[in-house]
Each structure stands twice: as C-alpha cells, then as structure tokens.
Design a protein around this ligand. Structure first.
Ligand code: NDP
Length: 307
C-alpha cells in the first residue's frame, strides 16, 4: 500500500512511520513548511527519508497541496496532536481533500486513545478532545470516506512509566497513590505495538469502517497490579496511600487547564473503568485477536527500562 502519515514527527506518529516502513509499505510523510524551522523535527523527517520514506510537502493552509498529497496514496493516517484540541478539527481540511481526491481506500484519523463515541458523558474540560474527535468522525462518515478508528487505550510512556500518577513520567521508588483501591482494570500499550497494530489494520477488510480496539489480554490490568510489577522489579514494596473519586475530582479546582484535562481522563479510566468496562460490539474488532502473530510487550517488560 501507499501510506501517507500526517503528523509523522509526533509522539505516536513517528512510531507509525517506523511500523509502516517495517511492514514494507511505500511510506509518505507529510512535511509542513513550519517543520523546516524546527531543527529536531526536520532532522527526524530527513531520517525517515534515509530509511526509505518519501517526503511530501503540504500545508494545512493550502488546500491544493493537501489534495495533491492525498492523491498520491491509498491510505491516510493522521496523528495530529490532541494536546491542543483545536488542532484536531484541522483534520476537517484533510477530510475535504480526501473527499475531493476520491482515491483513498482508508483514512485513520487522529484517535489512538479512549473511544470518543463512548465518552459523551465525559467531564469538562477533558471532554473537548472527545467532542472534537466526534466532529471529525461525523465529517468522515458524512463524506462516505472508508475509515478505521484505532482505540489504543493507555500509551505506556504516559501511564505506565509514572504508575499512572500525575507528575513526572518516571516511577517512584518510595510511594504511590492508588485511585480508590487501585483495582479498576485499565489497558496499557507499548507505543511500538500501537504502531504495529495500526499498520496491520490498514488493508484488512475485517476492520473497514470499524473501530480497532487494542486490548492485548495480558495488558488489561489494574493500577495495583501495575504497581505490583514495579515492586517486583525493584525488589521493594512502595508505601501506598489512596484517594477517593470525590477528593480526586475536587483537586481539579486548583489546577491549570491542561492538568484539569488530565484529572478528568484519569478519573474516567481509573475510577469509572471506561477502557475495559464494555464488550466490543458489532462496530469493533480487537487487535490482538485479529493479529495473534504480533508479540506484544507486557507491562512488566515495559517497566524494565526504568529500573
Ligand atoms: P503530538 O503532540 O506529538 O503531535 C503530533 C503532530 O501533530 C506533530 O508532530 C505535528 O506534526 C502535528 N501538529 C501539531 N500541531 C499542528 C498544527 N497546528 N498544524 C498541523 N499539524 C500540527 O501528538 P500525539 O502523538 O501526542 O497525539 C496523537 C494522537 O494520539 C491524538 O489524537 C491524541 O489524543 C492521542 N494520544 C493518546 C494517548 C494515549 O495514551 N492513548 C497519549 C497521547 C496522545 P508534523 O510537524 O509532523 O506535521
């Protein structure tokens, strides 16, 4: 397949570029004019080129350039930043280009987290991300563009390295605060596996117009189980405290906007259990079941890098 990655310099985008090249696809990476001013990003993009990627220049403020870019490929994967959720709706320009081009066999918009279609009840201000992702979904479906939505659950770097605590992305060797009794199941992924599963699915008819949920069985674990893995690795028990849902939500008040978003998302994941508290229905498929050949990383393995 000819695959275009939009947002290839990003946290998950660079893993998707890597996986696309590794799985033998002709991989195009969108190069925005802004990137030429960022030396690290530019070097990364040039590195992709060295590994065989084709750079294609286009800008979100130039619709003709986006149209030209998507006309070259069969599959478009967008990994646009979700940190500033207004960026997510920039994807509408990409949707317009894909609709006009008419040749794209599959579009994977920037999702890669919780399933936004299940987050209609989410707390402000964190729900904005889900709302924006749903606006993009509606535009895709209204335009009749073939799609796959990837629900990638918790990226390890954001949720495992810190034992799912707010603050630094590195695990404490002394103490940890559990959400409630720490027993609610969440789902954690190595980012490299997110890239691998995402690319596996782009030409799979079983996931056409469906959501691909990344739920490797051994990575459906609670915060307490995650902490237990870390304790085993360092040979030491951490001092544990716990916070109730009410106190955790109350802590939102004195926090800045970004931290309020994070508190809301953590609440839904670790108190409500929003990642694992539903069965995958007709509109979805599970990645490790579809692709059992992928040797996914378990979280005790993932944690070893921090020892
Ligand atoms: P990043 O913040 O790393 O940004 C990705 C890319 O977005 C950038 O490298 C850039 O690509 C592009 N971009 C940023 N701003 C603009 C702009 N104004 N105009 C055009 N392009 C822009 O994104 P992430 O990898 O963190 O997020 C990608 C997706 O993954 C999001 O949907 C997010 O919600 C989700 N996510 C999921 C997590 C999880 O744990 N499941 C954790 C974090 C994110 P370039 O310069 O290459 O054009």
């Amino acid at each position: 397949m000819k695959v275009l990655v939009v947002g290839g310099t990003g946290y998950i985008g660079k893993r998707i570029v890597k996986a696309s090249l590794a799985q033998g696809h002709t991989t195009y990476v969108l190069l925005r004019p802004e990137t030429a001013y960022d030396i690290d990003k530019l070097q990364m993009v040039l590195g992709f080129k060295e590994q065989g990627a084709i750079l294609i220049e286009a800008s979100f403020s130039d619709p003709a350039s986006l149209l030209h870019a998507v006309k070259q490929v069969d599959v478009v994967i967008c990994t646009m930043s979700g940190a500033h959720s207004q960026n997510l709706t920039l994807q509408l320009k990409l949707v317009d280009a894909i609709k006009e081009a008419g040749n794209v066999k599959r579009f994977l918009p920037s999702e890669f987290g919780m399933d936004p279609s299940r987050m209609g009840h989410a707390l402000e201000p964190g729900r904005d991300t889900f709302d924006k992702k749903m606006i993009v979904r509606k535009a895709i479906e209204d335009a009749g563009i073939p799609f796959t939505y990837v629900s990638a659950n918790c990226f390890g770097g954001f949720f495992v390295g810190n034992l799912s605590q707010m603050g630094p992305f590195i695990p404490s060797r002394d103490k940890v605060c559990l959400y409630g009794d720490g027993s609610v199941k969440a789902i954690f992924l190595d980012e490299e596996d997110v890239g691998t599963y995402t690319i596996k699915t782009i030409d799979d008819p079983r996931t056409l117009n469906k959501t691909l949920y990344l739920r490797p069985q051994q990575n459906i674990i609670s915060q307490k189980e995650l902490v237990g893995m870390w304790e085993k690795l360092i040979g030491k028990e951490l001092e544990k405290s716990s916070i109730t849902a009410e106190d955790f939500l109350a802590s939102m008040k004195e926090k800045d906007y970004y931290s309020q978003v994070v508190v809301g998302h953590l609440y839904h994941i670790f108190f409500e259990g929003c990642l694992a508290n539903f069965e995958i229905g007709e509109g979805g498929e599970e990645a490790s079941t579809l692709y059992p050949e992928v040797q996914y990383t378990r979280m005790d393995e993932y944690l070893k890098r921090y020892v």
